[in-house]
Every structure is written in structure tokens, then in C-alpha cells.
Design a binder for this molecule. Structure first.
Ligand code: DSN
Length: 421
């Protein structure tokens, strides 16, 4: 990107931006929630719309001068609805966490109960972690996997808890879970107890949009919350989708604004619109399909090498591997040593973790960013082999040097594309 003005007026920030740009292309990005956006998305994100206040919604704003913001937000909404096959979209949430908070406040009263995925089994902080404020406002109860080797959810236990706790919301979704969910089962149980069904699909939104993961709306889910980055490959931001209930959509809109937020970030909404336009192209479908093929290629290597994967493998873009159990290397050690050779991923707790959150047993990695760089199964396979070789030889400096050089060569061979259409 061109940073001419920053270069002239702010050397410190200029140097940091140039450094980050080099870091992003020099190594291999395996954090499953990260990606590279197109130049068009970055242009929209950095556009003049950052100057504009637009409290309200298209056609009903509290400030004048909205002729262009209304166009931008309407396009974002229409594209989102088309992508996910639903009747209503609110594209104003600032990110995934605010989207979830807005959804909770729209559908519940303080003290009401949410039934969500256990956090160590793949749920997310915003699904009621004890350190969050929403955990003080709402009551969170949990379901888990029945079998951590297959990843199957314990739907019988889920139903039992639902009948006992009478949740207002049954929440499906995760940030560290690698299998498909049985959405029809969630809907069946929710209808039995009169709960709303909400899917937090932040991680897999791009897979759903690309038609390679199930869409919870096809099974009758009421609401979907998501980020617009990650697999969807848009700017950092959030969104709330409603399948068909106007009543729910109105509650969501009122809660996002004026309930929780002020002026929407219209530059980000423009970038969302551009990213959604990209996601509607046939090229994006190919991209989504390749994410899965690449993840399967990595799964095959981990399987062959006898490294335990939670859920036994993956149906989506990510793998959670128990490196401590299989190799005696902690999650933190693995993150650090892989970073040294140019592979970025994150340490992660595994189901029923026995170690600490700061140095857990697992690592979490995925293929969205590699796939954006046009890497295919051959590269994904070799990267998985490099990872395991590194972990097995974490104290062998000569070996690590050779692997770091290989990572650099691979990275140079696959530059980050500027455009996806
Ligand atoms: N931080 C995101 C992730 O990495 O999954 C979720 O919020």
C-alpha cells in the first residue's frame, strides 16, 4: 500500500506499518481467524467515509448529508442478505463481541439464561466467560462434546440441560471447534423449550457464504452473529443476520443503535460491502472449497504422524492439535518455536484442559490465509510436515535454520494477491 503521507508526517507509525506489511508476507500465517483482504477492501476501509457521522439506519438518520452513506449501507445489507439467504441484516456492529452483546440484549432480559458450548470445548469468550461483563448480567449454562475423539456434541445432555434450565437462547458456534454441527437437532430442542436459536458463525462465515459449510438458516435458526473478517475475508467488523422475523430484526436494530452504539463506522461498512461483493463471485466459492481441501491435507499429515487432533480431525478450516499429549511440547513452546521459523499460529486450550490458559496443551491453526495466497494441497501438506519436524526438533538450531529457509522460500513463491476478482 502507498503510505506517502504517513511517511512524511509520522515516521514511527510509518515504520511500524511497513514492518507489519513485511511480517505478513515473509512468513506463513496459520492463525485460523486471520486472513489477507483485497486492496479494494483496504481502500474502502481507508476512505473518506471515516469522516462521516450516520447515527440511525438508511433513510432514518439523525444527521444530514447521508446521500452516499445510505447507498453504501443499503448495498452492504442487500449483499449480506443474498450471501446468507435471510431477510434482515444489521451491518453496524463494530466487531464480533459487540454483535454478540447486542444479540443477547435484544433477545433477553438481565438474569435470563443462555445455553452455549463449553469454553474449553471450543466456545468463545463472548459465550459467557467468567471474566466478561455479560457473564454478570446473564446466566450461562453449557453443553459439551460427547466424545472428544469424534467431536460429536452430546445432544442428549444438551436437551437435558435445556429442559432443566429453560434457556432463552440456545447458542451454536465456536472459535476452536473443527466439526460440523447438527443444526436441525439444535432447532428441535430449542422449539421444545421455547428458546431462540442463535449461531455464532464468526469462524466459518466465509465457508457458509462459499457454500461449503451448512447454513444454520437452512435448518430454521433464528439469528446468526458473525465477524466480517476471518474466512469471510472482509474488514474487521461484525454483523447480525435474522432469518425471517421482523420482530426480532427490529429488536436487534434498536439494541445496536441507540441501545449500545453511536455512529456506525461507515468506512468499515463500505469495506464490508466490497468484501461481500467479492464473496458473491464464483471465485470465492473456489476459494472456500480450497480452504477445506488444504485443511484436509494438513489433517492427513497430523493423522499419519500420530498427533492427536481434537474431534479426530476437521470438517472446516481449522485444526486443534494436542501437541503436549502427543509430543510433550506445550502449546506455548510450540507457538514460540514455530514463530522462530516463520509460522504464526496460536496456543490453545483443549477440551477439559489440565494445563493453564497461558501454557495449554494445544495449538490451533488453519488454512484461510494460506489459501488466499493460492497455496494448494501440496503446500499445505509440506507446511504440516514442517510444523511437526520443527516441534520434534525444537532444540536443533541447524535443523530449524533449514526449515526457516524453506518457509521463506515458500512464502516468497506465493505473494499476497491484491485482487480476488
Ligand atoms: N480472536 C478470535 C479467534 O481467534 O478466534 C475470536 O474472537
Amino acid at each position: 500500500m502507498n503510505y506517502d503521507y504517513i511517511k512524511k508526517q509520522d515516521e514511527e507509525i510509518f515504520n511500524a506499518l511497513v514492518g507489519e506489511e513485511a511480517r505478513e508476507v515473509r512468513g506463513l500465517e496459520l492463525i485460523p481467524s486471520e486472513n489477507y483482504v483485497s486492496r479494494a477492501v483496504r481502500e474502502a476501509n481507508g476512505s473518506v467515509l471515516t469522516n462521516k457521522y450516520s447515527e440511525g439506519y438508511p433513510g432514518k438518520r439523525y444527521y444530514g448529508g447521508q446521500e452516499y452513506t445510505d447507498i453504501v449501507e443499503m448495498i452492504a445489507i442487500e449483499r449480506a442478505k443474498k450471501l446468507f439467504n435471510c431477510k434482515f441484516a444489521n451491518v453496524q456492529p463494530l466487531s464480533g463481541a459487540p454483535a454478540n452483546v447486542a444479540m443477547y440484549f435484544a433477545l433477553m432480559e438481565p438474569g435470563d439464561t443462555v445455553l452455549g458450548m463449553d469454553l474449553s470445548h471450543g466456545g468463545h469468550l463472548t459465550h459467557g466467560h467468567p471474566t466478561t461483563w455479560i457473564n454478570k448480567i446473564f446466566n450461562f449454562v453449557r453443553y459439551k462434546m460427547k466424545d472428544t475423539e469424534t467431536g460429536e456434541i452430546d445432544y442428549d445432555a444438551l436437551r437435558e440441560v435445556a429442559l432443566r434450565e429453560k434457556p432463552k437462547i440456545i447458542l451454536a458456534g465456536f472459535s476452536a471447534y473443527s466439526r460440523e454441527l447438527d443444526y436441525a437437532k439444535f432447532v428441535e430442542i430449542a422449539r421444545e423449550v421455547g428458546a431462540y436459536t442463535v449461531a455464532d458463525m464468526a469462524h466459518i462465515a466465509g465457508l457458509i457464504a462459499g457454500g461449503v459449510a451448512k447454513n444454520p438458516f437452512d435448518y430454521g435458526f433464528d439469528v446468526i452473529t458473525t465477524t466480517t473478517h476471518k474466512t469471510l475475508r472482509g474488514p474487521r467488523g461484525g454483523m447480525i443476520l435474522v432469518r425471517e422475523s421482523e420482530e426480532i430484526a427490529k429488536k436487534i436494530n434498536k439494541t445496536v443503535f441507540p441501545g449500545l452504539q453511536g455512529g456506525p463506522h461507515m468506512n468499515v461498512i463500505a469495506a464490508k460491502a466490497v468484501a461481500f461483493g467479492e464473496a458473491l463471485t464464483p471465485a470465492f466459492k473456489e476459494y472456500a472449497a480450497q480452504i477445506l481441501k488444504n485443511a484436509k491435507a494438513m489433517e492427513a499429515v497430523f493423522h499419519l504422524e500420530g498427533i492427536r487432533m481434537l474431534g479426530g480431525g476437521t470438517d472446516n478450516h481449522l485444526i486443534l492439535a494436542d501437541v503436549y499429549g502427543s509430543l510433550g511440547v506445550t502449546g506455548q513452546e510450540a507457538e514460540t518455536v514455530l514463530d522462530e521459523i516463520g509460522i504464526t499460529l496460536n496456543k490453545n486450550m483443549i477440551a477439559d484442559e489440565t494445563r493453564s490458559a497461558m501454557d495449554p496443551s494445544g495449538i490451533r491453526f488453519g488454512t484461510p490465509a494460506l489459501t488466499t495466497r493460492k497455496m494448494m494441497e501440496g503446500e499445505a501438506t509440506r507446511i504440516a510436515e514442517i510444523m511437526i519436524e520443527t516441534l520434534r526438533n525444537k532444540d536443533d538450531e541447524a535443523k530449524k535454520k533449514a526449515l526457516r529457509e524453506e518457509v521463506e522460500v515458500l512464502s516468497q513463491k506465493f505473494p499476497v494477491p491484491e485482487s480476488f476478482v
